[in-house]
Design a protein around this ligand. Structure first.
Ligand code: NAD
Length: 300
């Protein structure tokens, strides 16, 4: 719920760690209302925040795997910057999760990266982890992948990962931070109808290695998680009941993964516990990638 005295600018400024009600709230103690005292607690928390509080930026964090990942960073004491292009979902998640900032941006916009970097620097002063999770799935036969469909998939799934990482590398050098890119099992195993999606995700896996090789000398680790099927808005849109059943059959663990199961691996790879892991692509897929020749007829 927005307070009426909160301006549109402050709402779309989006940081609940900024000072959305201004110092005015601190100067008028006699006019407290529940809203103000909540906001003041946030302002004070920011003032009391030590310089050691870590900051993670998660793209596509309004829902699905990105949201679950943000929750895990929060549980581990990070401030989480939630970035998404879906304003309604972003604000809903931002308001549901304490100690977050909401950044409304489209990762496929080449100009956005510089603005995001400048904003993080002024609002938070540091960045410790970047999770390039925003992605779209748009499936279809090769002949129906016209230029706009091809570009739409590539510009979010691949270009976005490149732009965001490039823009935020200077900040990550300062903290010797970690980058985690989200690919897909569709980038490890080819399949029908995924000529753009699968290719974009295969490229993300290789981009991860390129980034790890080049950024290692600055202490930046870069890894990649390739999710198997996870029930989110993205997969529900492209998985029919028959496809869901077929996945259950083909995945050794016989089920879809949970968002939290993905988040656990993503967080681990960004955490100091993975301090000697870089350039790796980890399939979190119930064993799907390991099955190799997975012909149903060979199973019994
Ligand atoms: P989702 O659709 O639930 O969430 C994706 C989020 O990214 C949405 O909030 C969306 O608004 C945001 N987003 C999309 N394009 C964006 C852009 N250009 N700029 C900013 N935000 C943008 O999807 P999900 O299932 O949670 O997927 C997360 C990642 O995992 C994606 O990269 C996806 O390709 C990958 N993945 C998912 C599955 C699965 O089965 N769900 C499997 C393999 C890989």
């Amino acid at each position: 719920m927005f307070h009426p005295c909160e301006s549109k600018q402050s709402r779309l400024g989006f940081s609940n760690d900024q000072n959305p009600v201004g110092d005015h709230a601190l100067k008028t103690p006699l006019r407290f209302c529940a809203f103000h005292s909540g906001k003041i607690r946030e302002v004070l928390r920011k003032r009391m925040r030590t310089e050691m509080e870590k900051v993670a930026l998660i793209t596509g964090a309004a829902r699905g795997i990105g949201k679950a990942t943000a929750e895990l960073f929060l549980e581990n004491g990070y401030h989480a910057i939630l970035l998404d292009r879906d304003e309604e979902a972003l604000m809903e998640t931002h308001q549901a999760l304490e100690n977050t900032s909401a950044y409304l941006y489209d990762v496929s916009n080449p100009q956005a990266g510089g603005e995001i970097a400048a904003r993080i620097l002024s609002e938070h002063g540091r960045l410790d982890a970047l999770v390039n999770n925003a992605g779209i799935a748009d499936f279809g036969p090769i002949e129906e992948h016209d230029q706009s469909k091809w570009r739409r998939v590539m510009e979010t799934n691949l270009d976005g990962v490149f732009y965001m990482t490039q823009a935020l590398t200077p900040m990550l050098k300062e903290t010797q931070g970690a980058i985690l890119n989200i690919a897909s099992i569709s980038g490890l195993r080819a399949s029908t109808l995924r000529v753009a999606y699968g290719t974009s995700k295969a490229a993300v896996a290789h981009l991860t290695k390129q980034q790890a090789c080049e950024l290692g000398e600055y202490g930046i680790r870069v890894n990649c998680v390739a999710p198997g099927p996870v029930k989110t808005k993205l997969s529900i849109a492209v998985h029919t009941p028959e496809i869901i059943q077929a996945y259950h059959d083909a995945v050794p663990l016989n089920r879809y993964g949970g968002e939290r199961e993905l988040a656990e691996v993503i967080y681990f790879l960004c955490s100091p516990k993975a301090s000697y892991v870089t350039g790796q692509v980890v399939a979190v897929d119930g064993g799907f990638e390991a099955t190799g020749v997975g012909l149903p007829a060979l199973r019994d």
